[in-house]
Design a binder for this molecule. Structure first.
Ligand code: SF4
Ligand code: SF4
Length: 148
């Protein structure tokens, strides 16, 4: 009988470990290269907007002055273009999926106070150096004029 052919396979499977996982009772296991979601190391972001320009879905928003980076995960298809373009390498594709939710809201990331302070200090230092260089140049020009 044809059904007899399945008996050895059935018996073999009885003693084999399951090929599926018991999620959600056990943590989900994702293949190494699966595209789950985009993640950001926000304190390393310089607000250049390269990711925003690279995104074909318009899923990203960046506000350099506020130090924020925003992603609409309902629009994002995890293509990874933004990750490729980021000059600071602060974006990455993570394997796990986000927790499901019913609200179509964007997820907002904001730089830490410490990072914002460090950035402001850096800007102030650059402005001070530029002002000093300008003053030195003007003094030099003035001195040259007086000599002439
Ligand atoms: S992964 Fe693709 S769709 Fe998602 S934010 Fe980046 S560029 Fe946009
Ligand atoms: S490309 Fe990178 S550094 Fe530039 S705004 Fe996007 S996340 Fe920030």
């Amino acid at each position: 009988m044809a059904v007899m052919k399945f008996i050895p396979e059935t018996l073999k499977n009885l003693f084999k470990a399951p090929v599926t996982t018991a999620y959600p009772f056990e943590p989900a296991e994702y293949p190494e290269r699966s595209r789950g979601h985009i993640s950001i190391e926000i304190d390393d972001c310089i607000g250049c907007g390269m990711c925003v320009r690279a995104c074909p879905l318009g899923a990203l928003k960046v506000d350099k002055n506020e130090g924020t980076w925003e992603i609409n995960r309902f629009d994002c298809i995890v293509c990874g273009y933004c990750v490729e373009k980021c000059p600071k390498k602060c974006l990455s594709v993570q394997t796990g999926y986000q927790t499901p939710g019913g609200d179509k809201t964007s997820e907002l990331f904001k730089k830490s106070e410490e990072a914002l302070r460090a950035e402001a200090e850096k800007k102030a230092e650059a402005a001070r150096k530029a002002a000093e260089a300008k003053a030195a140049l003007e003094a030099k020009k003035k001195a040259e004029k007086t000599e002439a």
